[in-house]
Design a protein around this ligand. Structure first.
Ligand SMILES: [Fe+2]
Length: 233
């Protein structure tokens, strides 16, 4: 564990209730951002500057439908490389990560875990016992599976067979929360997640997902095409 040398910040974008995460090695000052949002570009650049962090990678957990990534603008300002899961086939990315591939920043490593289901290209990232689960596993919930190649069956296996096999103490940092919750753990979600907890069967999960009756995300027509171009218009 290099936790003593890790800089970690959880940041919030309020119009889409998105969490952005900053991780850096305090020794070499190399860092990464996960899921940065265009609305909060200036805030994030200021924080990188104040903490003296050289941004090495900008990672997105998936092609978002509810907000536009600031990855291209951050790349222009910092020279960092854009990273996303290989199954997204996003052409503007510098690095397409497949399952189990790792990236280093300073002495720290972050590993991709392919967790399709909310979208085909959804990727969770694991770094030093912290799991960044995007919209695959949310706190007491999960991302919807009714558009963008969503599949309740695939999401169920991603969570139960991949994320729930991590140690119970793994901290879970999701892509969103709408109730003010910041983090969870794998053990807590196995026990208390009302859809995906280990007592639920796939049939129960599927019927929950089929009966959510959710509205289309407001920004989907704008956000998805923009995110396929790394947020460049
Ligand atoms: Fe999403």
């Amino acid at each position: 564990m290099h936790q003593s040398t890790m800089i970690f910040r959880q940041l919030f974008e309020k119009t889409s209730s998105t969490y952005t995460y900053l991780l850096a090695d305090s020794d070499g000052h190399e860092g990464i951002l996960i899921d940065p949002v265009i609305e909060t570009l200036e805030r994030d650049l200021k924080l990188l500057d104040e903490l003296d962090i050289n941004l090495k990678y900008i990672l997105d957990t998936h092609v978002h439908a509810d907000h536009i990534t600031s990855s291209s603008l951050l790349k222009d300002k910092t020279g960092a490389q854009i990273v996303i899961g290989s199954a997204t086939k996003v052409e503007c990315a510098d690095i397409l990560l497949s399952d189990a591939e790792e990236l280093s920043f300073g002495k720290l490593k972050i590993k991709a875990i392919a967790t399709p289901g909310h979208t085909n290209g959804c990727t969770s990232y694991l770094c030093e016992g912290l799991l960044f689960s995007g919209d695959t596993l949310l706190i007491r919930g999960n991302g919807r599976t009714d558009f963008q190649e969503g599949s309740s069956e695939t999401l169920f296996s991603s969570v139960r067979e991949k994320l729930f096999t991590l140690p119970d103490s793994t901290l879970v940092f999701p892509g969103h929360n709408y109730e003010g919750l910041l983090m969870s753990t794998i053990g807590e979600e196995k026990e208390h997640n009302p859809r995906l907890g280990t007592k639920k069967t796939f049939e129960e999960f599927k019927s929950i997902m089929e009966n959510l009756n959710l509205a289309e995300p407001k920004k989907i027509e704008i956000a998805v095409p923009a995110n396929l171009k790394c947020g460049r218009n």
